[in-house]
Design a protein around this ligand. Sequence first.
Ligand SMILES: Nc1nc2c(c(=O)[nH]1)N[C@H]1C(S)=C(S)[C@@H](COP(=O)(O)O)O[C@H]1N2
Ligand SMILES: [Mo]
Length: 162
Amino acid sequence: MKQARLRTLFGLLGLLLLSLALSAQTLQIMDTKGHSTTVTGAQLAKEQRVTVNVRDHDTSANFEGVPLSTVLASADIALGDKLRGPRLAEALLAEASDGYKVVFALAELDSAFATREIILADTREGKPLDAKEGPFRLIAPGDKRPARWIRQVTVLRIVLVK
Ligand SMILES: Nc1nc2c(c(=O)[nH]1)N[C@H]1C(S)=C(S)[C@@H](COP(=O)(O)O)O[C@H]1N2
Ligand SMILES: [Mo]
């Protein structure tokens, strides 16, 4: 009886620590006007999640996360019907904590244009990404080189290319 209660207590404590850890993982999204939105690991855990299987150099890897289009929608970056005209010169500049940067055209992230789905991954083989890779990494299935699979991504900046 006592043991069962202790187990429940430790279970709840574990959940609390997990949710605290997830809310400490943050990613910043900046729109073209400089308005910023913060996305947390806890929020990503509640979204519709997808899994992708990709080749990382010579090994197969399973990443799970949320489509970038969903992440952008949560920051009010409109895609679909709203992505037309001059907005087709908009790009997503992803920045990592080591200074590495990569870009994707916004149209590449929109299901109305793209035949593949680029994701913001937070797990690999079912485990949270380690400090070297995560907490967040972009994965673009279909890219033959993994050079845009930016590790430790901290900022997603929407830029208008002039
Ligand atoms: N933050 C960050 N992400 C990065 C890089 C980097 O230097 N910094 N290199 C890229 C390149 S060139 C490759 S080939 C892959 C290699 O990732 P891996 O070592 O995890 O397989 O990560 C990509 N993502
Ligand atoms: Mo690379």
